[in-house]
Design a protein around this ligand. Sequence first.
Ligand SMILES: [Zn+2]
Length: 141
Amino acid sequence: MTSTKSSTKQKLADPRPKITEEDGHYLVVGGQCSECDYSMITAPPLCPRCGNSTMKEETFGPKGKVFSSTVMHFSLEGRKGPTTLAYIDLEQGPRLLVHINNFSEDYGPPPGSIVTIVGQTEQGDPAVIVSKSSTNENSNA
Ligand SMILES: [Zn+2]
Protein backbone atom coordinates (compact mmCIF):
# COMPACT_ATOMS: atom_id res chain seq x y z
CA MET A 1 0.00 0.00 0.00
CA THR A 2 1.36 3.38 -0.91
CA SER A 3 0.88 6.52 1.05
CA THR A 4 -1.13 9.29 -0.50
CA LYS A 5 0.43 11.82 1.86
CA SER A 6 2.43 14.54 0.22
CA SER A 7 6.13 14.45 1.03
CA THR A 8 6.19 18.20 1.54
CA LYS A 9 5.16 19.62 4.86
CA GLN A 10 1.88 21.49 4.76
CA LYS A 11 2.59 25.17 5.23
CA LEU A 12 0.37 26.93 7.74
CA ALA A 13 -1.43 30.04 6.63
CA ASP A 14 0.30 33.25 7.70
CA PRO A 15 -2.17 35.06 9.98
CA ARG A 16 -0.48 38.42 9.55
CA PRO A 17 -2.19 41.00 7.36
CA LYS A 18 -1.07 41.90 3.88
CA ILE A 19 0.37 45.41 3.53
CA THR A 20 0.01 47.38 0.32
CA GLU A 21 1.40 50.75 -0.74
CA GLU A 22 -0.90 53.36 -2.30
CA ASP A 23 0.32 56.88 -3.12
CA GLY A 24 3.12 56.65 -0.54
CA HIS A 25 0.83 55.35 2.23
CA TYR A 26 1.00 51.84 3.65
CA LEU A 27 -2.36 50.21 4.16
CA VAL A 28 -3.60 46.92 5.59
CA VAL A 29 -5.52 44.84 3.07
CA GLY A 30 -8.54 43.41 4.83
CA GLY A 31 -12.17 42.74 4.28
CA GLN A 32 -15.47 44.43 4.92
CA CYS A 33 -18.96 43.01 4.92
CA SER A 34 -21.05 44.67 2.22
CA GLU A 35 -24.18 44.06 4.32
CA CYS A 36 -23.26 45.27 7.85
CA ASP A 37 -19.87 47.01 7.20
CA TYR A 38 -18.04 44.83 9.75
CA SER A 39 -14.30 45.21 9.09
CA MET A 40 -11.52 42.63 9.50
CA ILE A 41 -7.85 42.20 8.61
CA THR A 42 -8.83 39.19 6.52
CA ALA A 43 -11.70 38.59 4.11
CA PRO A 44 -13.34 35.29 5.10
CA PRO A 45 -16.05 33.82 2.89
CA LEU A 46 -18.74 34.61 5.48
CA CYS A 47 -19.16 37.64 7.74
CA PRO A 48 -18.69 36.50 11.37
CA ARG A 49 -21.19 39.12 12.54
CA CYS A 50 -24.16 38.70 10.20
CA GLY A 51 -23.33 35.60 8.14
CA ASN A 52 -23.57 37.42 4.81
CA SER A 53 -21.45 35.90 2.06
CA THR A 54 -20.56 39.09 0.20
CA MET A 55 -17.29 40.12 1.83
CA LYS A 56 -15.36 42.66 -0.21
CA GLU A 57 -11.66 43.55 -0.08
CA GLU A 58 -10.98 46.83 1.72
CA THR A 59 -7.87 48.74 2.82
CA PHE A 60 -7.36 50.34 6.24
CA GLY A 61 -4.88 52.84 7.65
CA PRO A 62 -2.23 54.13 7.48
CA LYS A 63 -3.10 55.73 10.82
CA GLY A 64 -4.39 54.02 13.91
CA LYS A 65 -4.85 54.57 17.62
CA VAL A 66 -3.26 52.50 20.38
CA PHE A 67 -5.80 50.41 22.30
CA SER A 68 -3.24 48.82 24.63
CA SER A 69 0.48 48.06 24.66
CA THR A 70 3.13 46.11 26.52
CA VAL A 71 6.89 45.60 26.50
CA MET A 72 8.38 42.11 26.56
CA HIS A 73 11.85 42.12 28.10
CA PHE A 74 13.16 39.02 26.36
CA SER A 75 14.21 38.03 22.86
CA LEU A 76 11.88 36.34 20.42
CA GLU A 77 12.85 34.31 17.38
CA GLY A 78 14.56 36.75 15.04
CA ARG A 79 14.10 39.68 17.40
CA LYS A 80 16.32 40.99 20.14
CA GLY A 81 14.45 42.12 23.25
CA PRO A 82 12.94 44.24 24.51
CA THR A 83 10.02 44.23 22.08
CA THR A 84 7.03 46.57 22.22
CA LEU A 85 3.69 45.09 21.18
CA ALA A 86 0.46 47.02 20.79
CA TYR A 87 -3.10 46.48 19.75
CA ILE A 88 -4.06 49.31 17.43
CA ASP A 89 -7.45 50.31 16.07
CA LEU A 90 -7.01 51.23 12.41
CA GLU A 91 -8.89 54.15 10.85
CA GLN A 92 -12.40 52.95 9.89
CA GLY A 93 -11.24 49.47 10.55
CA PRO A 94 -10.25 46.50 12.58
CA ARG A 95 -7.99 46.00 15.58
CA LEU A 96 -4.51 44.71 14.81
CA LEU A 97 -1.58 43.39 16.88
CA VAL A 98 1.70 45.08 15.85
CA HIS A 99 5.30 45.61 16.87
CA ILE A 100 6.12 49.24 17.65
CA ASN A 101 9.53 50.20 16.34
CA ASN A 102 10.28 53.59 17.83
CA PHE A 103 9.17 53.70 21.42
CA SER A 104 10.72 53.52 24.87
CA GLU A 105 12.27 50.23 25.92
CA ASP A 106 10.76 50.63 29.39
CA TYR A 107 7.07 51.08 28.62
CA GLY A 108 4.77 50.97 25.61
CA PRO A 109 2.85 53.87 24.08
CA PRO A 110 -0.16 54.91 26.20
CA PRO A 111 -3.69 54.12 24.95
CA GLY A 112 -4.86 56.81 22.53
CA SER A 113 -1.42 57.37 21.01
CA ILE A 114 -1.50 57.85 17.25
CA VAL A 115 0.50 55.36 15.18
CA THR A 116 1.31 55.11 11.50
CA ILE A 117 2.02 52.05 9.37
CA VAL A 118 5.28 52.77 7.55
CA GLY A 119 5.80 49.52 5.66
CA GLN A 120 6.67 45.94 6.45
CA THR A 121 9.52 44.56 8.57
CA GLU A 122 12.09 42.01 7.38
CA GLN A 123 10.13 39.43 9.40
CA GLY A 124 6.95 40.22 7.46
CA ASP A 125 5.12 42.15 10.19
CA PRO A 126 3.52 45.55 9.67
CA ALA A 127 6.14 48.20 10.52
CA VAL A 128 4.50 50.72 12.82
CA ILE A 129 5.80 53.88 14.50
CA VAL A 130 4.25 56.14 17.13
CA SER A 131 3.58 59.49 15.46
CA LYS A 132 1.93 61.15 18.46
CA SER A 133 2.16 59.81 21.97
CA SER A 134 -0.89 60.23 24.15
CA THR A 135 -0.47 61.79 27.59
CA ASN A 136 -2.60 61.20 30.63
CA GLU A 137 -2.98 64.95 31.32
CA ASN A 138 -6.76 64.87 30.91
CA SER A 139 -7.40 61.75 32.93
CA ASN A 140 -6.72 63.39 36.32
CA ALA A 141 -9.62 65.86 36.16
ZN1 LIG B 1 -21.87 41.39 8.05
